[in-house]
Structures are given as structure tokens and as C-alpha cells.
Design a protein around this ligand. Structure first.
Ligand code: ATP
Ligand code: ATP
Ligand code: MG
Ligand code: MG
Ligand code: MG
Ligand code: MG
Ligand code: MG
Length: 270
């Protein structure tokens, strides 16, 4: 566009460039999914098809952006780990978060129609996602970030499993169930599930207990991802992204708290 006398308005724009050579994690979260899940009658505590829509969307987004090395999600949220040296949108925060939230929302609506052909989305209640980007300065904090999300998944799932069993099978009102669980610790909930409903929490599906992990599995081509202190030219970066795009993305429902997960996949944090 030719310069005009109105161009000066650009000088009001502000950018936040995320710190170079550090891991960026972008977390998206469904807006008002407590209500969304009851409006569309999700199975409680876990609707497997709704989780499928989340997982398909996360995988599609990860496929389309080769800089995403790993994703972890449960409930209505997903966290995406970007390659340490990633230069996507020149690391402009607003570009990054809006691309992830709008991209995820678009995929979610697409896959919703495929997974739930008999539950059309109402224009009054469309699924949308917000996003934030956080820069974590060390590998150990990145690992702790994902551990934090998985512990959160576990705590919520144990609570929700107890709550919904009390409501659905125990015929308590939501308020009564909430009161009954108030002040209980994990072992109390495990015992309640077993004694009152014959449920061994350990036997619940791994996806519900541990969430879902997607990894870009460069195991066989470890040298593919150069160390992050190596400066690549623009062309080399494009070639690397092209190769990463072709690497298989694996779905796991495993423990990411133990060091073993990370030791076995050192490339994730390169
Ligand atoms: P906010 O907009 O602040 O994120 P929210 O209502 O989305 O508000 P969250 O803390 O994100 O609150 O919680 C998401 C809620 O969505 C869960 O508490 C749960 O009730 C519901 N939910 C999400 N996924 C599922 C699912 N697969 N099955 C059943 N319920 C689900
Ligand atoms: P970026 O991702 O950086 O925004 P872009 O390709 O979207 O890249 P824009 O500067 O936003 O670049 O330009 C949008 C382009 O989309 C226009 O140049 C035009 O070619 C095309 N476009 C948008 N709307 C229409 C339309 N209604 N009819 C025809 N072409 C359109
Ligand atoms: Mg434009
Ligand atoms: Mg939120
Ligand atoms: Mg939410
Ligand atoms: Mg949430
Ligand atoms: Mg554009």
C-alpha cells in the first residue's frame, strides 16, 4: 500500500516480542465450557466424544504448525510447546496467541460436526477458546509446567468422578454431593468410589486420569532438530520446518511427571 497521510496511526501499535531462545508454551482453554458442556449434554464426568473433538483439533493444529513439538490436554484445554528457537510470527505474542486461539476454535467447530453429526452447533452457543503464551526460561521449568497440568487433570478427574457418581448413581443433589466432598483428600475419594460404587479409580480409562499427550516423534532422526544455540539461516529454518512437518505425531496417555518420560524424548526440549 502506498503511504498516505493516515499512516501515522500505525505508530500507536504495540508489540510484545517473546524472549528469544526460550520455550514458549501456548495454552488454549474453552470459554464457558461448564455451561457449554451442559447445553450440549456432555456425558458426565467425561464425554469421550467431546474429548475426541479436542484431541483431533489439537492434532490438526500441531500438524499445521511444525514448530509445535508437543501438546498436552485434558477437559477443555490444551498446551502447545514450541521449539526453543522457533521464530513463528517473529515471536510476536499477539500474532501467536490469536493464531492459536482462532485456529483451534476453527478446527473444533469443524471436527464437532464430524464427531457429533446429530448435535448441530447453535449460533447462540458456539465454542470459542482463549489463549495465553508464557515463556519458560529453563528445561526444568518446562517439565514442571506440564507436570502441573497433569496433576491438575488428575485432581479434577478424581473430584469429578466422585461428584458425578454421587449425583448420578447416589441420587444426591449437586449441592449435597459438593458438601459431601468438602474437605476430603484423594484417599477419601478413592475409598468413597470403591465402597459406595465399587469403582477402583485405578481402573478408570488412562485418557481420563492422565489426559492426552501428542509428541512429534523425531526419535529416529534425532539430528533433525539442531541444538538451539546453532544459528540457522532463513532457508535452513524453512527446510527444518519442512522436515518436521513430515514427522509422525504420536498420541499417548502416559505419565509425564516422572523424569523417565523426558529422558526418553530428549529432543522435545532441544
Ligand atoms: P472459563 O471460560 O473461565 O474457562 P469454564 O466454564 O470453561 O470457564 P473450566 O475451568 O475451563 O471452566 O472448566 C471446563 C469445564 O468444562 C469442566 O469443569 C467440565 O465441566 C466441562 N468439560 C470440559 N470437557 C468435558 C468433557 N469431555 N466431558 C464433560 N465435561 C467437560
Ligand atoms: P497475513 O497472514 O500476513 O495477514 P494475508 O495473505 O492474509 O497475510 P493480507 O494483507 O491480510 O495478507 O491481505 C489479505 C488478502 O486476501 C488480500 O490481499 C486479497 O488478496 C485477499 N482477499 C481478502 N478478502 C478478499 C475478497 N473478499 N475477495 C478477494 N480477495 C480477498
Ligand atoms: Mg488483511
Ligand atoms: Mg479460561
Ligand atoms: Mg474453560
Ligand atoms: Mg479449562
Ligand atoms: Mg491477512
Amino acid at each position: 500500500m502506498a503511504n498516505s497521510r493516515f499512516e501515522y496511526v500505525r505508530t500507536f501499535e504495540r508489540e510484545n516480542i517473546l524472549l528469544p531462545q526460550t520455550h514458549i508454551i501456548i495454552r488454549i482453554d474453552g470459554r464457558g465450557f461448564h455451561k457449554f458442556s451442559s447445553a450440549y449434554e456432555f456425558q458426565k464426568p467425561n464425554d469421550p466424544n467431546a474429548l475426541k473433538v479436542m484431541n483431533l483439533s489439537a492434532q490438526a493444529l500441531m500438524k499445521s504448525i511444525p514448530d509445535v513439538m508437543m501438546a498436552y490436554g485434558d477437559s477443555d484445554e490444551y498446551s502447545f510447546l514450541l521449539r526453543k528457537n522457533c521464530d513463528l510470527f517473529e515471536r510476536r505474542e499477539f500474532k501467536l496467541i490469536t493464531a492459536f486461539s482462532s485456529g483451534f476454535s476453527a478446527y473444533y467447530q469443524y471436527y464437532w460436526n464430524i464427531v457429533f453429526p446429530n448435535k448441530p452447533l447453535s449460533v447462540e452457543r458456539l465454542p470459542t477458546f482463549d489463549a495465553r503464551a508464557v515463556v519458560y526460561p529453563s528445561d526444568s521449568i518446562v517439565k514442571d509446567y506440564f507436570r502441573w497440568r497433569q496433576v491438575d487433570c488428575h485432581i479434577n478427574n478424581l473430584y469429578n468422578t466422585s461428584f458425578w457418581n454421587l449425583v448420578i448413581k447416589g441420587h444426591l443433589s449437586p449441592q449435597e454431593a459438593e458438601n459431601k466432598l468438602m474437605g476430603t483428600v484423594s484417599s477419601d475419594k478413592n475409598e468413597l468410589l470403591f465402597k459406595e460404587f465399587g469403582i477402583n479409580y485405578n481402573d478408570e480409562p488412562e485418557m481420563y486420569k492422565k489426559g492426552t499427550v501428542f509428541i512429534r516423534d523425531v526419535r529416529d532422526t534425532l539430528d533433525l532438530v539442531p541444538n538451539s544455540d546453532v544459528n540457522l539461516s532463513k532457508r535452513q529454518v524453512e527446510r527444518l520446518r519442512g522436515k518436521l512437518r513430515k514427522v509422525t505425531i504420536n498420541e499417548l496417555h502416559c505419565d509425564i511427571i516422572k523424569e523417565e518420560f523426558w529422558n526418553k524424548r530428549a529432543w522435545l526440549l532441544k
